[in-house]
Write a new protein. Structure first.
Lengths: 135, 91
């Protein structure tokens, strides 16, 4: 299960909408050992593409340092699918960088964004519930 | 010259669980060679067998992405911190 602070959800979806017509991406951080994302980092998509994303390396470093300074750990990544469902593509699976991360996909295929989260371990995809957690 | 290297979570298991290690060298290539000598399970994960930076890894010297410096020829000194982060990408 992935818990999202409400403002994290808002920033995540907002960032994806702002990124159109390209895919947008960002990072999620929270306290170690908890499945709650309390911070969203709105990073640039260095691929600048409607089909691919790459978290800009400078933004990646900045986010990593900021999370560490706040005593948080990076616990996942979010990105948008502009025309397809909120489900990991073969590229998403092949390039998943960390088996402990949560992989959130925001589909902008329809008017209402769809947000789903997955674990990707050794090429296996397992969906997990996403819950808003306002505490 | 010993340089501090900050490892990403996924590589720490290959370095005895350490988040920060030290390695010797005058440039990044030498530093990574020394790193692999100390931790053989890191072989191929930062520098490929062809001797190039692995494309799924970002390496920074202090705040600078080494792709914009001299890649593995980037000179490093005792005050420099080398950070390694996995590339985060997909489609």
């Amino acid at each position: 299960m992935l818990r999202l602070a409400p403002d994290v959800y808002e920033q995540m979806v907002g960032h994806c909408l702002d990124g159109l017509p390209d895919e947008a991406c960002g990072l999620l951080a929270g306290r170690a050992g908890t499945p709650k994302a309390s911070v969203a980092y709105r990073t640039r998509n260095a691929a600048a593409s409607a089909r691919l994303y790459e978290v800009d390396p400078k933004d990646l470093l900045r986010a990593d340092r900021d999370a560490e300074a706040r005593g948080l750990v990076m616990l996942g990544v979010f990105h948008s699918h502009t025309h397809t469902d909120a489900y990991p593509s073969p590229t998403d699976v092949a390039q998943a960088p960390d088996p402990e991360w949560h992989y959130v996909i925001v589909s902008l295929k329809d008017m209402v964004p769809v947000v789903r989260s997955f674990r990707i371990v050794d090429g296996n995809i397992a969906e997990e519930p996403v819950v808003l957690d306002g505490k | 010259m010993a340089v501090e290297i900050r490892l990403p979570t996924i590589l720490r298991q290959h370095a005895g669980g350490q988040a920060t290690v030290q390695a010797n060298g005058g440039d990044l290539g030498e530093v990574f060679d020394d790193l692999v000598r100390q931790f053989p399970n890191l072989a191929g994960k930062i520098v490929t067998d062809d001797g190039a930076l692995h494309k799924f890894v970002n390496v920074y010297v202090n705040d600078d992405d080494v792709r914009y410096l001299d890649k593995l020829d980037t000179k490093v000194g005792g005050d420099d911190v080398v950070s390694i982060l996995p590339a985060v990408a997909g489609g």
